[in-house]
Design a binder for this molecule. Structure first.
Ligand SMILES: [Zn+2]
Ligand SMILES: [Zn+2]
Length: 94
């Protein structure tokens, strides 16, 4: 069975993808990244509360530390809970 990951909201840019939380391997900051068009938002809580704000970047460049190609770790439900981001999970999907 394919592992399911939480998503924050539907993507306001492409309207097809879902925003997933990822941790930058360079600065350890968390960003929301669309699993389809790869648009990036710096703050999970902020884009959850206002999904129609403009994207602040695009994968793979980190919008926090400007690293052009860091390793990105996709957060599962436990990772998001640990980061205090559980309130911003809309649902889980594969
Ligand atoms: Zn998108
Ligand atoms: Zn970074």
């Amino acid at each position: 069975m394919k592992k399911e990951f939480p998503y924050v909201v539907g993507c306001p840019v492409c309207r097809d993808g879902l925003l997933r939380a990822f941790r930058c391997g360079q600065c350890q900051s968390i960003a929301a990244i669309c699993d389809d068009c790869e648009s990036m938002w710096a703050d999970v809580e902020s884009v959850f509360n206002d999904p129609h704000q403009d994207a602040q970047g695009a994968f793979p460049k980190c919008c926090h530390c400007e690293s052009t190609k860091p390793e990105w770790e996709k957060l599962d439900v436990d990772d998001m809970a640990e980061a205090g981001l559980e309130p911003f999970i809309t649902d889980v999907s594969a």
